[in-house]
Ligand binder design. Structure first.
Ligand SMILES: [Zn+2]
Length: 371
């Protein structure tokens, strides 16, 4: 009797189970394939705007501030299974908070720069060094960098003394990503960063005799095979440089267009020019799909400046012949405020609390000066 019951149940249930499992495959649209969706998030040109505040007018300004962008970051992460977060550089200098810390208070032993404290809190996967990071000198920068928990990258600034990159040129991030059927795969994500060679003019006093800057495109061509050799499945460039199709020269300041033409580079995060890509300013750029945010077939994003937008690139990767290939990449940005300056997102309370002492000290200092 008992035996009969079991076989009866098996007969009834197994077709059901089969039906369910084939249904779940059917829902995903892909059967038996290894497909991973990966979201890349970008902030760029924060210029020390951690707080939604205008220090010159001493009032709240909801058009800026990482405390706002942070909420977009949390939301964008929650929407997907796999994501990575990067900053594209120019994050230490540009407002009184950054100035007060560098020129008045100074970086004291064991203290972390509030920008890197914020980056640690938000768990950035890697960040690029921008040209403005040199404005307070190499010693200040090196002290500040000690507070960053994530890799801080640049590949085209070369130490004259050591004849090798002054900073870590690239990293291969090993990440366990969940595919659309729920299985895990370890992907090796190569991340490299560049900045304009104009630093040698802009920060001559701080840099001359200590470093040289190599052209961006030539440096990228040198490093991509090395990164591939170290097993990078995909390569993301943190390109602290703008977007222009003006013919390339080694002195060009805005090189994203030409980086997208380099085989092996899969994704470019742009910055430096405070523009928004995809956006109306780039409608006439050649070989550009403004709807999908692709230049020369590669996804690119530039998230404005001061934390006013979060850059997002959604990638779909498929494993074919033991190799991960990007089969689709779409980019877009999300703003923290509408056109009138009305806030569209809540403030991240945790981050706000974390940077409040530095913010308050800066405001007090400005008040004492009677500005
Ligand atoms: Zn810059």
């Amino acid at each position: 009797m008992h035996k009969h019951k079991v076989s009866f149940l098996l007969v009834i249930l197994s077709p059901l189970w089969l039906a369910c499992s084939s249904l779940s495959y059917a829902a995903s649209g892909i059967t038996g394939q290894e497909v991973v969706d990966l979201r890349i998030l970008e902030t760029t040109d924060l210029h020390a705007d951690l707080v939604n505040y205008d220090y010159y007018q001493t009032k709240v300004n909801n058009r800026v501030g990482l405390v706002k962008t942070a909420t977009l970051i949390h939301e964008a992460r929650k929407e997907v299974k796999n994501s990575l977060l990067f900053d594209d550089g120019d994050h230490l200098k540009g407002n009184p908070l950054g100035e007060y810390l560098a020129r008045i208070k100074g970086m004291h032993k064991g203290k972390k720069h509030p920008v890197y404290r914020a980056f640690n809190y938000l768990a950035y996967d890697a960040v690029a060094i921008g040209n403005h990071e040199f404005n307070y000198g190499l010693e200040f920068l090196n002290t500040a960098l000690k507070g960053a928990k994530m890799p801080v990258l640049n590949a085209n600034v070369i130490s004259i003394k050591k004849n090798k990159p002054y900073f870590t040129p690239f990293v291969i991030l090993k990440r366990n990503l969940v595919d659309i059927n729920g299985s895990q795969h370890e992907l090796k994500i190569g991340v490299i960063a560049f900045m304009p060679t104009q630093i040698m003019k802009w920060d001559k006093a701080n840099l001359e005799g200590r470093v040289i800057a190599k052209p961006i495109v030539e440096s990228a061509k040198e490093y991509i095979p090395i990164m591939k050799g170290e097993g990078a499945d995909i390569i993301i460039v943190l390109a602290h440089t703008g977007i222009s199709s003006t013919p390339y020269t080694p002195e060009s300041e805005h090189d994203v267009y030409y980086l997208t033409q380099i085989p092996g580079i899969d994704v470019v995060l742009a910055g430096h020019s405070h523009s928004v890509f995809p956006g109306p300013a780039f409608t006439h750029l050649p070989n550009t799909n403004i709807e999908t945010g692709n230049i020369n077939g590669k996804p690119v994003v530039m998230a404005g400046a001061f934390g006013n937008r979060l850059g997002i690139i959604d990638l779909r990767l498929e494993k074919k012949a033991n190799k991960w290939t990007i089969i689709k990449g779409t980019s877009f940005t999300r703003p923290i405020a509408d056109e009138s300056g009305k806030s569209l997102v809540k403030t991240d309370k945790g981050l706000s609390k974390l940077v409040k002492p530095d913010h308050d000290e800066t405001v007090d200092f400005i008040k004492r000066l009677g500005l």
